[in-house]
Design a protein around this ligand. Structure first.
Ligand SMILES: Nc1ncnc2c1ncn2[C@@H]1O[C@H](COP(=O)(O)OP(=O)(O)OP(=O)(O)O)[C@@H](O)[C@H]1O
Length: 468
């Protein structure tokens, strides 16, 4: 077999494949494959993304193997060149059917995000920063909801510990990109300053390491190790809540690093004001630098994130499908990504075009099964618990300010999250009439618009309401 005819070999294979899979599957998964070479009994093909490669390996490995054996010869190997970065066209080569061992190292780095196995300070080049390189600034799409955090993050990345953003405290609900952003900052710092000792660690892992070090009597090593870091990135700091000893140790590490001109980057699912169970001296320090909120992305940002993801994965979705998903999947970016994968899988397995109909069915199912039905009773319970007011007070005639405010908030949330009419809501909350409910909604809406910390409190209650 002459080596230059890889294109004609692949075309022969395509003819066989076309006869064996539905048309949409063929167009989606096989047309974008580009044959690159045939050498040493191996055909190398280029695929547009890691996702693409994994999908082929998962669903069509047998078909591909049988086709290659038939058209090219027994034992022919299939090699993939997987594009991992669309802009630079960076790629990795992988062998077919060897996925578990062949996945590029960069994509499994995070799975091995284990405790540094030596808590003695290794040199910067030996220290694995535990960053996820797939989370970088290039693929962190900017929008109104993340502009402040992103801009501050870029400033910190260029001049770690030299800006006033120290610590940089990023907070926001689940799935809005906190982990992505802080990894992007760490990765950029490592690119600009390879000698800096950068470390990403989840608060959970920090806590586990701390407990281990107490148990094994190596607490000094633990502290020394963390005090040797130049840029310490801790994710989900809210997990330290109520862990007094961990907080105490972290307090000393924080002070040491801050005093010695090192950068701290922290994330939390809520703002410092709402971090209950955290020592005041830590909370004060969290506010020394910049406290930046990552809000839920708006429709426009969701659309851009979707487009970017679809493009990076080498896929094609009609514009109206993208718009539909962006408008209807609005909780977290993670949900958007799940929907894309689901649509691709359905389209392939059931041989359906990717169209509005398919998207609607999948989104409806996903959104429905994740949405908990919220009742007026749930709302009363959560609101009363949050503000430490007896629910009996809500139903009483009390006109005490704090009771009135809690009652009004419960009415507002009931109007927003249930299908009950204003009269029904009034009846269930303090036996009031519908005009009182409408008035309450207006008052709360007004406060919601001007008072950021009130808004944060309400959002926290809403998160609890949605949780199953
Ligand atoms: N602006 C963005 N651009 C591109 N991708 C984004 C953006 N925001 C979030 N994502 C993607 O959404 C997914 C969830 O983001 P991430 O894990 O950073 O959220 P999080 O806020 O840390 O959530 P959690 O608190 O649950 O850990 C990731 O795959 C991330 O890449």
């Amino acid at each position: 077999m002459i080596e230059s005819n890889h294109v004609s070999l692949w075309n022969r294979c395509l003819r066989v494949i076309r006869d064996n899979v539905p048309e949409t599957t063929y167009n989606t998964w096989f047309v974008p494959i580009v044959p690159l070479k045939y050498e040493d009994n191996a055909l190398t093909v280029q695929v547009p993304s890691q996702f693409f490669y994994e999908f082929l390996e998962d669903k069509f490995v047998e078909l591909l193997r049988a086709t290659l054996y038939k058209e090219i010869g027994e034992g022919t190997k299939l090699m993939y060149r997987v594009i991992v970065d669309n802009s630079s066209k960076a790629s990795v080569d992988l062998e077919a059917t060897n996925r578990s061992t062949a996945i590029p190292q960069r994509s499994i780095i995070r799975n091995g995000n284990k405790a540094p196995n030596t808590l003695k300070a290794p040199s910067p080049l030996d220290l694995d920063p535990q960053l996820n390189p797939n989370y970088n600034f290039e693929n962190f799409i900017e929008g109104y909801s993340n502009k402040l955090s992103r801009t501050a993050g870029e400033a910190v990345a260029v001049s770690p510990a030299k800006t006033v953003f120290n610590p940089l405290f990023v907070y926001g609900p689940s799935g809005v990109g906190k982990t992505h952003l802080i990894n992007a900052i760490g990765t950029r710092i490592k690119e600009l300053f390879p000698d800096k000792r950068v470390l990403y660690v989840s608060a959970h892992l920090f806590q586990v390491q701390y407990t281990d070090s107490v148990r094994s009597n190596t607490i000094n090593d633990f502290i020394n190790f963390y005090q040797s870091i130049d840029v310490l990135i801790i994710d989900d700091i809210q997990e330290f809540a109520s862990l007094t000893k961990t907080q105490n140790t972290f307090f000393h590490i924080f002070n040491h690093l801050h005093q010695n001109g090192k950068q701290l980057i922290l994330t939390s699912d809520r703002s410092p004001v709402l971090l209950q169970g955290m020592e005041d001296r830590l909370l004060t320090r969290f506010k020394w630098g910049l406290t930046a909120e990552l809000e839920k992305p708006n429709v426009e940002l969701r659309k851009n994130i979707l487009k970017n993801k679809i493009h990076r994965d080498g896929l094609k979705f009609p514009e109206e499908v993208i718009t539909y998903i962006a408008e209807n999947v609005n909780e977290s970016v993670r949900d958007l990504e799940g929907i894309v994968i689901s649509i691709m899988a359905h389209s392939t397995i059931y041989n359906k075009e990717i169209d509005l109909d398919l998207a609607e069915r999948i989104v409806r199912k996903a959104v429905k099964c994740e949405t908990k039905v919220i009742t007026v009773e749930d709302i009363i319970e959560k609101v009363c618990k949050h503000f430490e007011v007896e629910s009996s007070a809500l139903h009483s005639k009390s006109r005490k300010r704090e009771v009135v405010q809690v009652r009004q908030l419960a009415m507002f949330l009931a109007k927003k999250h249930t299908d009950s009419s204003s009269s029904k809501i009034g009846q269930l909350i303090g036996n009031r009439d519908h005009a009182t409910v409408l008035h309450a909604c207006k008052i709360v809406q007004g406060q919601f618009e001007v008072d950021k910390s009130f808004r944060a409190e309400v959002e926290e209650i809403e998160t609890l309401l949605r949780r199953k």
